[in-house]
Design a protein around this ligand. Structure first.
Ligand code: ATP
Ligand code: MG
Length: 307
């Protein structure tokens, strides 16, 4: 069974279709990314999954529970990290967790036990009695996540959590998400930051104009674009002679001061290419690799520019 499953999910606003027949499945234990440009429909989809919006048609299930029908049960098994800080600045770290736990009618001893566990996991235990407003930016980010975890959700859902964070806090957030995930929580995160999606997510769907246009691991998606290129410079640089040998195993282009080799499988090609250089008594002085990134994947999938 999937932790998240949508079937032909549609959300329209008047004439406009923001989510257009989305079939999404997220397996337990994943960090799953929804990647897409502004206006793609990511937040609308998240709002449906977190029971903040009702779908126009189609279904969305979280651990088998219908978000439109079993709202209360769904909310008890998801943790939602809003983009804005959800905690109270004037409360201490522990007081915030007690407050959020009490919203779920958890017994106080259970809240405290879980709070210790989370604060330990997120490296905030020594700050438990500190006023939240006195935490550093990175710590506040971690507290925001901690508040969403107090009721032991199965799924953590974050909508563009790194927008507006400084690079250090953004890195702290990624580490936090990985930790929470390794602790057994399935994660769904939206982003339009391709580097973030690439670094963090086990699987990604690319969303454009309300539709899923690609799905896979970051590696699979980039592999779909196909070729990578490597530029090699060597001395003395008899590139024509080298090219004649290399073209038997890969596509090669000669320029005045380098060879550009294209292949969809450099793992097996590169050692052979380097062997050709060595046999020709060429000393490699520079190798530059250019790999496709998720932006290339988007352009490849949609034929549109990433805006
Ligand atoms: N309540 C609403 N009424 C009318 N249109 C809406 C409403 N909410 C969203 N939309 C439209 O639906 C589309 C998708 O919006 P959504 O916020 O889901 O995009 P997004 O992928 O989250 O974008 P971003 O990366 O900018 O956050 C947009 O064109 C938006 O203008
Ligand atoms: Mg959004």
């Amino acid at each position: 069974m999937y932790v998240i499953e949508t079937k032909e999910l549609v959300k329209t606003f008047g004439e406009f279709t923001a989510v257009d027949g989305v079939n999404l499945t997220v397996e337990k234990g994943m960090i799953f990314g929804l990647l897409g440009p502004n206006g793609a429909g990511k937040s609308t989809l998240i709002n449906i999954l977190t029971c903040a919006l009702r779908p126009t048609s189609g279904t969305a299930l979280i651990s088998g529970l219908d978000v439109a029908g079993d709202r209360k049960d769904v909310l008890s098994i998801i943790g939602v990290v809003p983009q804005e800080k959800s905690f109270y600045e004037d409360l201490t770290v522990m007081e915030n967790l007690i407050y959020f736990g009490s919203l779920y009618s958890m017994p106080r001893v259970e809240i405290k036990r879980k709070a210790h566990e989370i604060l330990n996991l997120l490296r905030l235990l020594d700050k438990k009695d500190k006023k939240s407003k006195d935490l550093s930016g990175g710590m506040k980010t971690r507290l925001n996540v901690a508040c969403a975890l107090i009721h032991k959700p199965e799924v953590l859902i974050l909508d563009e959590p790194s927008v507006g964070l400084d690079p250090v806090s953004a890195m702290a957030l990624r580490e936090t998400i990985k930790k929470v995930n390794s602790d057994g929580v399935t994660v769904l995160i939206t982003t339009h930051d391709m580097m973030e999606a690439d670094e963090l997510c086990h699987r990604i769907v690319i969303v454009n104009r309300g539709k899923i246009v690609e799905e896979g691991t970051p590696g699979e998606l980039k592999a779909k674009v196909g070729v990578e290129k490597i530029l090699i410079k060597s001395t003395p640089g008899e590139y024509h002679a080298l090219a004649e040998k290399i073209e038997k195993i890969a596509s090669v282009e000669e320029t005045e001061d380098a060879l550009t080799i294209s292949s969809s499988d450099f793992q097996s090609i590169l050692p052979k290419v380097l062997e050709i250089f060595r046999e020709a008594n060429e000393t490699v002085v520079d190798i530059t690799a250019s790999k496709p990134n998720l932006k290339d994947v988007f352009i490849h999938a949609t034929g549109e520019e990433w805006k």
